[in-house]
Design a protein around this ligand. Structure first.
Ligand code: TTJ
Length: 640
């Protein structure tokens, strides 16, 4: 501790920061890894504010070897003059008085709102130590704090070239506060890249000094700003047209920026930001955007005669099919709503975005009829698909309501009518399906053979999905209905068992099946009704005795026991089809002997799973294997 005298103001300061240390979660959300990384964003946000004001173009972030962080900007430097209200240098106010964060300078938009913008004092309170260096007027000023306490008054520690200005902050998060104190490079990388996209021309450097095999460094610098963000998001997809549409303008003191481009997929990915803060739940700015594009495209489609008078309007969903968009606004006093405060409430934002986008999109469509036509035609296709899907669904609904159910012809049903006793095997291929039908225990085991690979529901429109024979067969066999019609009490089998070959193709088919179940009847997975059968990989015969091995390790263990000699006859199974009915029963279907893997879903990680499935079933092949491996790790061994 320094030699400063403590007046009433100082005591108040300490009480403020003490409150932060007592209840850190109230200020930074949590003390988990998330909260830890939040400290960096708090500090970087201050430098980004300086960049938004046009005073700074480079921010340099370093993870030091001891897991402390250094952030440097080339802005004007935090003011070092005495703040008259507090009687101490302004920089000391910034670091020691709670909520002093965005109050300096005035004018411009502050990166603040939600959990953000609580200020540098919170980071200081939660750091073992924090040091600030300010480069201004040819001098280097410095002050150090420990757990929020001033170590010594602000002092001059050196000189620099008069042109050099900026702020340098280093801090070490307090190990007695955070459960996790090791920074994750990729987590910081993600957020800093996003920051750089959102602030065009700002250069952000992220450096990691920890790796023993050398420093890692990434630079994010996007002259195109959110235009490049859209290009980046569409990188693994095929854009429908070359342009990234970009609109920018200011209305009612709301600065609006929008970038958008359609790709050939069927899903919308729109991200919205307010003062560089992500609003995952959207809000008025996103509503304004959606309203503008729905209205503008309908107007255009009508006037260009792409949509006939007798035809219905395109819906917002139709127009947004395959749309990647960034909506980024800057507003002076953002109001966040909803349980998690992640939804913008300011009503002026709706009108501002609506008017900027309507006006400039109308102009763009007039100037670029080819692109305009491409988007309208895709939307019209989406509209037709939606209509066809509705009809197909109505049809299945009516069917289930009127004639009970017509079970699929390929299904060999079981005789027991109590679902708890029953299980259904979904079997890859007609030949394995035949063996399974012979092998099964008729009372309780039903068999549904599927031909070849089932439809990838991530890559098809709803009308095609509802029209697919294999999918229809599963839906009717299970009895539950799907989506909003789903009713678990109608489930006809307690266990749904996916039985595929123990090879890469089999794993792929199982993943396609799981994707379908996850998208259309997630409750089946959540409530533990879905299983993977585990056929053996090897058969070992010796002296008229037979062993089955379900993994290489298991085979090795059996060989250790029986000895390795020429009497061993080892067969490697390439598929279910190589087993006769008896073998299939013994190894894979007999409830007394088989291995089943239960498919589980971590409810908390639901959104992550969502993402996994999306990349998994997309165009790239590689992540799929990772998923299957991860899924195998999640699965629990049962019935063994
Ligand atoms: C405020 O208005 C007068 C000129 O300086 C303005 C200012 O505070 N600039 C400023 C603050 N630049 N950089 C910061 C800053 C940078 C980091 C990394 C951390 C903090 C808390 C502030």
């Amino acid at each position: 501790m320094g030699t400063q005298e403590y007046g009433a103001d100082q005591i108040q300061i300490l009480e403020g920061l003490e409150a932060v240390r007592k209840r850190p979660g109230m200020y930074i959300g949590s003390t988990s890894s998330r909260g830890l990384h939040h400290l960096v964003y708090e500090i970087v946000d201050n430098a980004v504010d300086e960049a938004l004001g046009g005073y700074c173009d480079t921010i340099d972030v370093t993870i030091n070897s001891d897991n402390s962080i250094t952030v440097i900007d080339n802005g004007r430097g935090i003011p070092v003059g005495i703040n008259h209200k507090a009687g101490i240098p302004a920089v000391e106010v910034v670091f020691t008085i709670l909520h002093a964060g965005g109050k300096f300078g005035g004018g411009g938009y502050k990166v603040s709102g939600g959990l953000h913008g609580v200020g540098a004092s919170v980071v200081n309170a939660l750091s073992e130590w924090l040091e600030v260096d300010i480069y201004a007027e040819g001098k280097i000023y410095n002050q150090r704090y420990e757990r929020g306490h001033v170590c010594y008054p602000l002092k001059i520690v050196g000189e620099c070239e008069p042109e050099k200005t900026g702020t340098k902050i280093s801090f070490l998060p307090d190990k007695t506060v955070f459960e996790e104190t090791v920074f994750d490079f990729d987590v910081l990388k993600q957020r800093l890249r996003e920051m750089a996209f959102l602030t065009k021309n700002l250069k952000i450097i992220l450096r990691d000094l920890r790796p023993e095999d050398g420093i890692v460094e990434k630079t994010f610098h996007y002259e195109g700003g959110i235009r490049e963000f859209v290009t980046y998001l569409n990188k693994s997809k095929t854009p429908l047209y070359e342009d990234v549409l970009y609109f920018e303008g200011k209305k009612d003191n709301v600065y609006v920026e929008v970038a958008m481009q359609h790709n050939d997929s069927y899903t919308e990915s729109a991200y919205s930001f307010v003062n560089n803060i992500n609003t995952p739940e959207g809000g008025t700015h996103l509503a304004g955007f959606r309203n503008a594009i729905t209205k503008t495209f309908n107007d255009y489609a009508r006037s260009a005669k792409l949509l006939k008078e007798s035809e219905a309007n395109l819906s917002g969903d139709d127009i947004r099919e395959g749309l990647t968009a960034i909506v980024s606004i800057k507003i002076e006093d953002p109001q966040f709503e909803g349980q998690t405060k992640q939804k913008l409430g300011n009503s002026e934002a709706r009108g501002a975005v609506d008017s900027v986008v309507s006006e400039q999109l109308t102009y763009y469509l007039e100037q670029n009829p080819t692109v305009a036509k491409q988007i309208c035609e895709k939307s019209i296709l989406a509209q037709r698909a939606r209509e066809a899907a509705r009809k197909a669904r109505d049809l299945t609904r009516r069917k289930t309501a009127l004639d009970g159910m017509t079970l699929p012809g390929k299904l060999a049903d079981c005789s027991d009518k109590n679902p708890e006793n029953c299980e259904i095997f979904i079997v890859e291929g007609d030949s394995a399906g035949g063996s399974a039908k012979t092998a099964r225990s008729r009372a309780t085991q039903a068999i549904l053979p599927l031909r070849g690979k089932i439809l990838n529901v991530e890559k098809a429109r709803l009308d095609k999905i509802y029209g697919n024979a294999e999918i229809k067969a599963m839906i009717t066999a299970f009895g539950t209905g799907i989506h909003e019609d789903f009713d678990i009490t109608k489930l006809r089998y307690g266990k749904i068992i996916i039985m595929t070959d123990a090879d890469v193709d089999g794993a792929h088919i199982a993943t396609l099946m799981l994707t379908f179940l996850y998208r259309f009847m997630p409750e089946l997975i959540k409530q533990g009704h879905v299983y993977l059968a585990k056929p053996p990989l090897y058969k070992l015969e010796k002296n008229k005795k037979t062993w089955y091995a379900y993994s290489d390790d298991e085979l090795a263990a059996i060989l250790d026991e029986v000895g390795r000699d020429q009497n061993n006859k080892i067969q490697r199974y390439k598929g279910l089809g190589e087993m006769d009915a008896d073998q299939l029963w013994d190894t894979t279907m007999d409830p007394e002997k088989r291995i089943l893997l239960k498919v589980s879903m971590d409810e908390e990680a639901e959104s992550e799973i969502d993402l996994t499935f999306t990349t998994l079933m997309g165009d790239k092949v590689e992540p799929r294997r990772e998923f299957i491996e991860a899924n195998a790790r999640n699965a629990k061994n049962l019935d063994i």
